[in-house]
Design a protein around this ligand. Sequence first.
Ligand code: FMN
Length: 180
Amino acid sequence: MRLEKEKFYRILAPRTTVLISTVDKDGNANAAPFSFVMPVSSNPPLVAFASAPRRDTLANIRETKEFVLNVPSEDVLERLWICSEKFPKGISEIEQASLTEMKSSIVSVPRIEESIGWLECVFEFEKEAGDHVIVVGRIKDVEVKDIFMKDGNLDIPKARPVLHVTGETFSFAERMRIIK
Ligand SMILES: Cc1cc2nc3c(=O)[nH]c(=O)nc-3n(C[C@H](O)[C@H](O)[C@H](O)COP(=O)(O)O)c2cc1C
């Protein structure tokens, strides 16, 4: 079957979904899920995500130049969904979704405790791209909960990262396969 060109990302699926936490200039915390996310460089360590122009996440990053990519697991799927709802700027989705703020090690933006791991980032640059803005961040600290690591890799069946298919549909990987 052919798909509309505008829906091309439906076959670039599933995509790792993160909860991006930010603060505005008055220190109000915010969190929202993003699945247009990609690593772009390992040295220096850079990560990118694409934001629609009117997201509070983008406005906060422009104001305070920091963000955290929290990697959620299936356990928090319903709460992640609450974070995708539109709350007025200044209202913390972290609180609304009964998630827990946790101090970051380098940036002033809080981490979300109920996560598999965290990438603490400082804003590097942004680039308008079609109907989204690509935001690139430099990773200042990376941490993952020990129980979710196995032989240096994320233990996917145990960690159960949230993989976005599209809209309200998500996927969870049951197994890993090593080629050798
Ligand atoms: C699973 C999932 C993935 C999403 N991915 C993106 C994305 O990559 N880019 C984007 O701009 N919005 C994305 N959204 C929508 C935002 O999360 C949503 O508009 C949210 O309210 C934005 O919050 P904010 O205004 O506080 O930043 C996604 C929503 C969900 C549920």
